[in-house]
Design a protein around this ligand. Structure first.
Ligand code: 13P
Length: 250
């Protein structure tokens, strides 16, 4: 899977225009899933552009209730009506800037699954945590709490995005070895929790300063199943990433 997280970038008309560029440039890439995640207010216009293409729509967040007095929030059913198929949950920017807890993220992941949306569930350690040797500890807590109460059948539908916080938007990408080591840890943990077959079925993406220059080395690693891309998904470089994936997958 190749997923572009546009974050708080592009107005609806800019998003529509760029989606149109991507539809043309990415036609024919059918050996992996391609998602783009524009801001909420651009989803409808982007949907019109991508509706008969191989590009699928993701949202950047959602709330876990169906409707009601939750000012500023968006419900899963509202996203589904706009043909959104996946939703990014627990992104480190949501955790840090908006104070989202593992418990809240768990509720959102469960709700997304119940509504038939693919959760792209983000985890990752900060620089301080890595320097203190706490990386695996942090990842284990985020996984166990984020997936709490989710059964084996459902967990197969969850996409996990390992995004080390120190690599997000910094230009400091994890080395292929660092990323592979974290992905392997996540897969082994899933194997302990759900069994090997389930662990192997889960898609694990890497995110954090992915560019066409560094992606090949990451994507050839055995436990890296794709990327969740920020900055490089806002430009034509997203197409270059798709070309690299196609080359490796064959
Ligand atoms: P960058 O690719 O800009 O580092 O962002 C990664 C990210 O946060 C994707 O969700």
């Amino acid at each position: 899977m190749l997923a572009g997280n546009w974050k708080m970038n592009k107005t609806p008309s800019e998003a529509q225009l760029f989606a149109n560029t991507l539809v043309n440039a990415l036609a024919g890439f059918n050996s992996f899933d391609i998602y783009i995640a524009p801001v909420f207010v651009a989803l409808d216009r982007v949907r019109e552009v991508v509706s008969s293409s191989n590009i699928k729509l993701a949202a950047q967040n959602m709330y876990y209730e169906d409707s009601g007095a939750f000012t500023g929030e968006v419900a899963p059913k509202m996203l589904k009506e706009l043909k959104v198929e996946a939703v990014i949950l627990g992104h480190s920017e949501r955790r840090k800037i908006f104070g989202e807890s593992d418990e809240l993220i768990n509720k959102k992941v469960k709700k997304a699954l119940a509504e038939g949306l693919t959760p792209i569930f983000c985890i990752g350690e900060t620089l301080e945590e890595r320097q203190k040797g706490l990386t695996f500890c942090v990842l284990e807590k985020q996984i166990r709490e984020g997936l709490n109460g989710i059964n084996a059948e459902d967990v197969k539908k969850v996409v996990i995005a390992y995004e080390p916080v120190w690599a997000i938007g910094t230009g400091v990408v994890a080395t292929p070895q660092q990323a592979q080591e974290a992905h392997e840890f996540v897969r082994e943990l899933l194997s302990k929790m759900y069994g090997i077959d389930i662990a192997e079925a889960v898609t694990i993406l890497y995110g954090g300063s992915v560019t066409p220059e560094n992606f090949f080395g990451l994507f050839i690693k055995p436990d890296i199943d794709g990327a969740l891309v920020g900055g490089a998904s806002l430009k034509e470089s997203f197409v270059e990433l798709a070309k690299i994936m196609a080359k490796i997958i064959g």
